[in-house]
Design a protein around this ligand. Structure first.
Ligand SMILES: [Zn+2]
Length: 445
């Protein structure tokens, strides 16, 4: 058998041996096996002696016929370990491991038959007490002792936990069931705590120094089948929870209010909105330091937001609904129509007696056609187009505040009373015209 082929056989067998050990949940079984090997070896030695003493007898011949295979008893530091096949490749493989780990071992040739299930491969790998870190019962990495394994897990957990500033509460747990068990395993499988930590954190980039024939590659291959993560990801998943307090801005609402004093399409911010402030307790969930979920668990308002109030113009410049009085005075000093005195001239509006400077209002929605001085006798006047052929006229004012082209709304101040133009005292002359013809303003109140 060629060396390469032989070692492949050994490797395959080692894998089987590993699995057997992995299936062992306490070291009791391992010890029991050792004990079995020991008793067996004593039996073999006894058998050999019997052969020498009773060389000629028939019974001895039949026993000899059974014990046809060549084996080597392996002793490590004077202690019996087990049997391996008497094969140069197996021995040189063992020698290579022994050289790498400064192991002294001796072999004693014997002839015996072993059950086909006998796992000599485990013996050839120099079984050594170790601790295995398991995920959901499956082995992940072997290290020297239970305390070493605990250190590895602590370091991995710390490395994969998030660094959350100002967290009031923080926990980190492995996402899977992680356990530590004591096992006997081939010495090449056992890593120092720092190497084991690095392997779990950075599986794809880990090269274990000083182990030319280190089984990390095959270990990784074996782990790959049990891990759904990519080789670049850590082999363990740490789930962390942190509770942090955050100051957050609370957005303000906007309320719209219809406003007839504004032209349709116009908007005016009456009250500017201001964001409020709240303190939130947020529970953050991380996987290997990466934020996966943030949930607000409580919220305290520090400052209420100020609602923004926006007025929306609804005034299209067209009269609607009831008409209002053009001023606060109610004394009609001269009605609409033909006057009964002074020659019976036609009065196209009404005169309302009010003190100087009394506010004059637009009597309905409209657009200012003219505002200012009227040389035809109205003095300071305002003429408004109220839509649908209706116009309104306000005369003799002391002051005009409306301007031409302005959209005015019902009740809006357009000027103040006076006695400008042809007037004999402070009063308002008010007209309503339909398609240019004056009508009785009293019908529009
Ligand atoms: Zn008049």
């Amino acid at each position: 058998m060629k060396w390469k082929a032989a070692m492949q056989g050994v490797k395959r067998a080692l894998a089987t041996a590993r699995q057997e050990v992995q299936a062992t949940h306490s070291d009791g079984t391992v010890k029991a096996q050792k004990h079995l090997f020991a008793s067996r070896s004593r039996m073999l030695i006894a058998g050999a002696t019997t052969l020498v003493v009773f060389g000629g007898c028939a019974g001895a011949v039949s026993m000899h016929a059974l014990h046809t295979q060549s084996w080597l008893q392996v002793y490590r530091g004077g202690q019996y370990v087990g049997l391996v096949p008497d094969n140069a490749d197996v021995v040189s493989g063992m020698q290579r491991i022994a050289d790498g780990y400064n192991i002294a071992f001796q072999t004693v040739p014997v002839r015996t038959d072993e059950a086909p299930t006998y796992s000599w491969q485990k013996v050839a790998s120099f079984p050594t007490q170790a601790a295995v870190i398991q995920v959901n019962g499956k082995p992940l990495v072997y290290t020297t002792s239970k305390s070493s394994a605990q250190t590895v897990l602590q370091n991995v957990k710390a490395a994969l936990a998030p660094k959350v500033k100002g967290a009031t509460q923080e926990t980190s747990e492995f996402a899977d069931r992680v356990s530590i068990a004591e096992v006997s395993v081939g010495i090449e499988q056992i890593l120092q705590a720092t190497d084991a930590t690095r392997l779990l954190l950075h599986p794809s980039t880990t090269h274990i120094a000083g182990r030319a024939a280190s089984p990390v590659a095959s270990l990784l291959k074996a782990q790959h089948s049990i891990s759904t993560q990519s080789a670049a990801s850590p082999l363990l998943t740490v789930r962390s929870e942190a509770t942090v307090t955050k100051s957050v801005s609370v957005p303000y609402h906007v309320t719209y209010v219809n406003d007839n004093t504004l032209a349709t399409g116009d908007e005016k911010v009456v009250t500017h909105g201001q964001p409020g402030q709240a303190k939130e307790q947020v529970r953050e969930t991380f996987e290997n330091g990466v934020l996966k979920q943030a949930k607000v668990v409580s919220r305290t308002t520090v400052q209420q937001p100020v609602t923004e109030v926006v007025h929306r113009g609804t005034n299209s410049g067209v009269a609607s609904g009831n008409w209002v009085l053009p001023t606060d005075g109610t004394t009609i000093t001269s009605p609409f129509g033909y006057r009964s005195f002074g020659g019976g001239e036609f009065h196209p509006g009404i005169d309302i007696g009010v003190p100087m400077g009394t506010p004059i209002y637009a009597t309905n929605n409209g657009t200012v056609l003219s505002a200012g001085w009227n040389s035809g006798g109205y003095g300071n006047w305002v003429e408004i187009d109220n839509g649908n052929g209706i116009t309104t006229v306000f005369g003799h004012m002391s002051r005009v505040v409306a301007h031409s082209g302005q959209t005015v709304s019902k009740g809006e101040v357009i000027g103040y009373s006076g006695e400008s133009g042809h007037a004999t005292g402070p009063h308002l002359h008010y007209e309503v015209r339909v398609n240019g013809t004056p009508v009785d303003p009293m019908k529009y109140t």
